[in-house]
Design a protein around this ligand. Structure first.
Ligand code: FRU
Length: 490
């Protein structure tokens, strides 16, 4: 189906309940539905929004276009959970139903003030001649997660910036509130702006974050600033970086600076920009504090401007699993959140050694598997691990022990998304490979390498899920200890 602009700006009120329910049923039965990842009931999911632990539960919202697998009129869809493993669909919360979010309730964040929940987001408005006007909006929610009121508190871009000003992330530092928003300046360079509020909800523009990265893409989306121990981390998604060897291979990037942020000068000291994820499908992450005070990150396991094999079934994309962030020796580490281990089926764990032989792991129900690999002994310069299903599709992992390069190859993994010519992604480990933890769902693989030093998240669209696969060491003589866990339904 060709999606015209008119089609893309139709909302839920355009279709009857009956038609919507039929669509939900069709999507439920379609191939490649995930078992333990957040995915849309219909249509397209993109950025995680408003992620918060509030009154004993996690709440996550996501950018949602209900009517098809394309970017159109965006809503916020709400999911909730008592832990970070099993989320429940709650339904849409922010509808694009005012003048200032008429063309989409775009990305943003949540904050608890006293015992109330507020969301801050960008209202995307288009004039009759299709000129974009961004509004920064806050909304208060009641106990049933319905919007009580919406207030546009910043109208249009500040002077010196184009219409691309969006994605407010709010936080409190000492007795003041801060907002960081992604922006593009009049010279078409990506920037992030900081606003401050002493008295809610009046925000004053303090200025740009001074990163020193003045020529670093044409737009920065989805910024986030937070503290871990004595450091600040600034996450953002620059668009328009040129590929540099193994770096910046996806259409847009997501990465971070680690250092110290000075609230007076707005300068962040750092040792350079690092990518958060070196897989094929990762963008627009957001963080929040967990019930235990850990910094948790969830990302969109997808990319803009890319068609995916599920599009033909009227849905697209999912979230990554939640990760805990920590800083060790000035390096950001990302580990799977331990709540995910609750999904392990205690009865089904198998440990074995792998050395140029194969193991088959056959689940009765496809879709859920964790495999942990660790090197016990290695005399080879290179090993290749293949996850192969019965119809000859495979995911190939290649580890170069001389250059310390880890490569993921999905060329032969099944159907492929558009717009990603090279089906290999490589990452410089900067240290010897020692272990990886792999999470497989019906249509995704997430690999945490060397205790979370690097992560690779990718969608895969095989005929038979990789939870029913053989694991082979094709080349090399390494002794690998492999633990496999079947996971319970999420
Ligand atoms: C990032 C993004 C955000 C925007 C949202 C719209 O993927 O482009 O900048 O708020 O998606 O859906």
């Amino acid at each position: 189906m060709e999606w015209t602009r008119e089609d893309r700006y139709k909302g839920l009120d355009f279709i009857s309940e009956e038609k919507y329910t039929q669509m939900v049923r069709r999507v439920e039965k379609s191939p490649w539905r995930q078992y333990y990842h957040i995915q849309p009931v219909t249509g397209l999911l993109n950025d995680p929004n408003g992620f918060i632990y509030y009154k004993g539960k996690y709440h996550l919202f996501y950018q949602w276009f209900p009517l098809g697998p394309v970017h159109g009129l965006k809503y916020w869809y709400h999911v909730s959970s008592e832990d970070l493993a099993t989320f429940k669909n709650e339904g849409p919360v922010i509808y694009p139903d005012t003048l200032y979010d008429s063309h989409g309730a775009y990305s943003g964040s949540s904050i608890q003030i006293d015992d109330k929940l507020y969301v801050f987001y960008t209202g995307n408005h288009r004039t009759k001649d299709w000129k974009r006007v961004p509004y920064q909006v806050y909304a208060q929610l009641n106990n049933d997660f319905q919007i009580i009121k919406k207030v546009p508190f910043i109208s249009g871009p500040p002077s010196g910036y184009t219409e691309h000003v969006r994605d407010p992330k709010i936080w409190k530092n000492q007795d003041k509130y801060y907002l960081v928003v992604g922006a593009q300046n009049d010279n078409k360079k990506g920037r992030a702006l900081i606003y401050q509020s002493k008295e809610l909800f009046e925000f004053n523009l303090l200025g740009e974050i001074n990163t020193g990265l003045n020529e670093f893409g044409y737009m920065w989306e989805c910024p986030d600033i937070f503290r871990i121990e004595d450091k600040e981390v600034f996450l953002f998604c620059p668009q328009g970086l040129e590929k540099e060897g193994n770096k910046y291979n996806n259409i847009y990037q997501s990465g971070y600076l680690v250092g110290n942020f000075n609230y007076d000068t707005l300068k962040i000291s750092h040792d350079g920009f690092n990518e958060l994820d070196n897989g094929f499908d990762f963008y627009a992450p957001q963080t929040t504090l967990s019930a235990d005070g850990d910094r948790i990150l969830i990302g969109w396991m997808g990319l803009p401007d890319t068609e995916y094999p599920t599009d033909q079934y009227e849905w697209a994309h999912c979230m990554t699993l939640p990760r805990i962030l920590s800083i060790e020796k000035n390096q950001l580490k990302q580990r799977i959140h331990p709540d995910i281990f609750k999904l392990r089926d205690k009865g089904i764990k198998e440990t074995f050694k792998l050395r140029n032989n194969s193991r088959e792991w056959d689940l009765i129900e496809p879709g859920r598997l964790e495999i942990d690999f660790s090197i016990k002994d290695n005399s080879s310069e290179r090993i290749t691990i293949l996850l192969a299903n019965k119809v000859g599709e495979s995911i190939e992992i290649d580890i170069d022990f001389i250059k310390n390069i880890f490569q993921l190859n999905r060329l032969n993994s099944g159907q492929l998304p558009s717009n990603q010519d090279d089906q290999r992604r490589s990452v410089d480990l900067g240290e010897v490979f020692s272990n990886m933890q792999v999470f497989i769902d019906n249509s995704s693989i997430e690999i945490f390498i060397n205790d979370g030093s690097k992560v690779m998240s990718s969608r895969v669209f095989p005929q038979i899920p990789y939870s029913q696969c053989q694991i082979k060491v094709e080349k090399g003589n390494a002794d690998l200890e492999v633990n496999q866990y079947k996971l319970k339904e999420g």
